[in-house]
Design a protein around this ligand. Structure first.
Ligand SMILES: *Cc1c(COP(=O)(O)O)cnc(C)c1O
Length: 699
């Protein structure tokens, strides 16, 4: 649903667009915390029905899977291939209207629900096989059952690839059908549709559009390829190797045999180009090929998307730069004009106007309400940076957000927190690269300082964590357990009263986010440099007047440039320094031994201080840090602690803090998703707004 914000921005900018996806029955799980551990429970979001969708059964599409291909000669005697699928599903579109803000435009979110083609097998039923009679129905409908099937098993991976092909095929058929309905020749496809692949999940579109054009609409290869590459563009969202999608060749061949043939041909022609450019260089051929030949053969979806797209963009300046320098350097050399950047954004309607009504009305009082669709107008707030009574008013909107969140925290966790303490917040998916464990270890160091009577000048803090771990990601789940172990110890210790509280907020989601971003003083954006593509939480926090403690990673870099380096707490190694450590046999022990507070912090965990004496519980986490530390937590620890001390000092000067907070809000208008969308429209899609005039008389 993340593309929802882009559709909303598109509608607000009056650009016609359709968002395509799956109408799944179970979304991402709800998170419970039991004995400090994450427990997943199913999210039955459709229970009781949902009134905002419109099923359109008469626009259903058929999608094939499996089976085989066979060769034949067409009427002109040309050698052709055709696909005889082994099974079929039907996609029923469910449309959700997406309204623009104070304009007449309304875009469509079209979600496909999978139905069985034959819902009931009468033959099986008649011979007494009741379960067999519904088996095919159950099988097909599993397709749109869950949002992210577990990819830890062969069956789960098969289901994911099936889902991808299912919604991509339905969506492309839908686009072709709309041309036919309007009697527009299919050659004109790129002038009427621009297909933006949001990550590689829909990258099969490159092969599927070729199949629809060649097999079903009888285009020749060259023409079909031209249409495809003029229509498709690709947004990359990650550089992490484990997150780059690859499909096992045997799985792919059994599910999509015709697509595999087409991909082989796309690859053959592409490698021909590479050979001309790099004669005799087999290493480059192997590196760029869509087929990964190392170990088990696999299809590299990012390569397929890159070859089939006219533009490839990253989602922040550093990220787009790393795509060119590290992820796909030879592709960037072949096609420099394809590579570009569109820095991500967030919608000011949800994340400011709706989530933070008090701050919004104060802002509106001073700059008018146009900022809601033109965030750069927030710049005008800079005129008030030295107006002490305005700054106090600004601060009181923050305090009111903090009071509400304090109430929520108390109701959910039983923990009492003081709204006048600094709310120091890290909410986001739990992942080692996001380094919640760096924050958690720093909290232990502060705890030790208080215990040892060395806490002079330390600001009273409420450290708040929230986020879900992927169900199969053991280390992330252990980090949640770790945070809860620390919280239990800290919150029960009278020495910590008035100085330190630690909270893990269960079930962090968008709805809860609306309460959290406005209530935050300090935003933790502490990923290992080079690992976070952009981040969007960082933007929501800054807009709502939080100061950031962060690394030079993702959009943090651009946030810091815009809000001013004096209004941002920077720490940590740069991306190139991290690379250098990595290339020079990084040894975390060198850092641990050099920092007494860090060794002491780790020792306390090893002694079982945060696990009721259980010395084994956090061993996998601590040993990972001591021995490998793949995300350079130890290397950044000392500088993080230094920056946190600066934060504490800054907090004691209330007027200066308020001023920095205001400047963060005033200068973060660039991070509106409206600006991102404008950039997509101008530099990638070449489309213009199409205002909708109301023609009927509503009276
Ligand atoms: C914005 C948002 C995110 C993204 O946060 P990052 O800090 O950029 O990782 C994740 N989850 C929810 C619920 C959000 O609202």
């Amino acid at each position: 649903m993340r593309k929802h914000k882009l559709l909303k921005s598109l509608a607000s900018l009056q650009v016609p667009a359709i968002g395509y996806g799956i109408r799944y029955e179970f979304g991402i799980f709800n998170q419970l915390i039991r004995d400090g551990w994450q427990v997943e429970v199913t999210d039955k979001w459709l229970k009781g029905g949902w009134p905002w969708e419109l099923p359109q059964p008469d626009e259903a599409c058929f999608v094939g899977f499996g089976g085989h291909t066979e060769n034949y000669s067409d009427q002109k005697g040309n050698y052709q291939s055709r696909w005889i699928p082994g099974e079929q599903a039907i996609g029923i579109p469910h449309d959700v209207p997406v309204l623009g803000y104070r304009v007449n435009s309304c875009n469509r979110l079209r979600l496909w629900r999978a139905d069985a083609t034959e819902s009931f097998d009468f033959y099986a039923f008649n011979i007494g096989d009741y379960y067999g009679a519904v088996e095919e129905k159950v099988g097909s409908e599993t397709l749109s059952k869950v949002l992210y099937p577990n990819d830890g098993t062969d069956e789960g991976r098969r289901l994911r690839l099936k889902q991808q092909h299912f919604f991509v095929s339905c969506s492309l058929q839908d686009m072709l059908r709309s041309l036919k309905k309007r009697e527009i020749p299919i050659e004109e496809f790129p002038n009427h549709w621009t297909v933006q692949l949001n990550d590689t999940h829909p990258a099969i579109a490159v092969a599927e559009l070729m199949r629809l054009l060649i097999d079903e609409n009888h285009f020749g290869w060259e023409k079909a390829w031209k249409i495809t590459t003029n229509s498709v563009a690709y947004t990359n969202h990650t550089l992490l190797p484990e997150a780059l999608e690859k499909w096992d060749l045997s799985l792919f061949a059994s599910l999509l045999p015709r697509h595999l043939e087409l991909i082989y041909e796309i690859n053959r022609r592409f490698l021909q180009q590479v050979r001309l450019r790099y004669p005799g260089n087999d290493l480059i051929l192997r590196k760029l090929s869509i087929i990964d030949e190392e170990g088990n053969k696999a299809i590299r979806m990012a390569h397929l998307a890159t070859i089939g797209a006219h533009h490839i963009n990253g989602v922040a300046a550093l990220h787009s730069d790393l795509i060119k320098r590290q992820l796909l350097p030879e592709f960037a050399e072949l096609w420099p004009q394809k590579f570009t950047n569109v820095t991500n954004g967030v919608t000011p309607r949800r994340w400011v106007a709706l989530a933070n009504p008090e701050m919004s009305s104060l802002v509106t009082k001073h700059v008018g309400d146009e900022w809601i669709t033109n965030m750069e107008l927030l710049n005008k707030l800079e005129e008030l940076e030295n107006d002490s009574s305005f700054l106090e008013e600004f601060r009181s909107t923050k305090l009111s957000g903090k009071r509400k969140l304090a109430g929520y925290i108390h109701r959910q966790t039983g923990i009492l927190v003081d709204p006048s303490s600094m709310f120091d917040v890290q909410v986001k998916r739990i992942h080692q690269y996001k380094r919640q464990h760096l924050n958690a270890l720093q909290v232990i160091t502060q705890y030790l300082r208080i215990k040892n009577g060395q806490a002079q000048g330390m600001a009273p803090r409420t450290v708040i964590f929230g986020g879900k771990a992927a169900p199969g990601y053991y280390m992330a789940k252990l980090i949640i357990r770790f945070i809860n172990g620390i919280a239990e110890m800290v919150n029960a210790d009278p020495d910590m009263d008035g100085r330190l509280r630690v909270v893990f907020l269960p079930d962090y989601n968008v709805k809860l986010g609306e309460q959290v971003y406005p209530a935050t003083d300090l935003s933790e954006q502490i990923s290992t440099a080079g690992k976070e593509a952009s981040g969007t939480g960082n933007m929501k926090f800054a807009m709502n007047g939080a100061l950031t403690i962060g690394t030079l990673d993702g959009a943090n870099i651009e946030i810091r440039q815009r809000v001013g380096e004096e209004n941002f707490f920077l720490f940590g190694k740069t991306e190139s320094e991290i690379m250098e450590l990595q290339n020079n046999n990084y040894n975390p022990k060198d850092f641990i031994e050099a920092i007494p507070e860090l060794s002491e912090t780790l020792r306390l965990v090893q002694l079982g201080h945060f696990s009721n004496g259980d010395v084994d519980l956090f061993k996998p986490l601590i040993n990972n840090l001591i021995e490998n530390d793949p995300f350079f937590v130890m290397a950044d620890f000392a500088d993080y602690l230094r920056a946190q001390d600066n934060v504490s000092r800054a907090w004691t000067n209330r007027a200066a803090w308020n001023r920095m907070s205001l400047l963060n809000t005033a200068r973060s208008g660039f991070f509106s998703s409206d600006r991102s969308i404008r950039e997509y429209c101008e530099s990638i899609w070449e489309v213009k707004p199409l205002p909708v005039e109301i023609t009927c008389d509503v009276n």
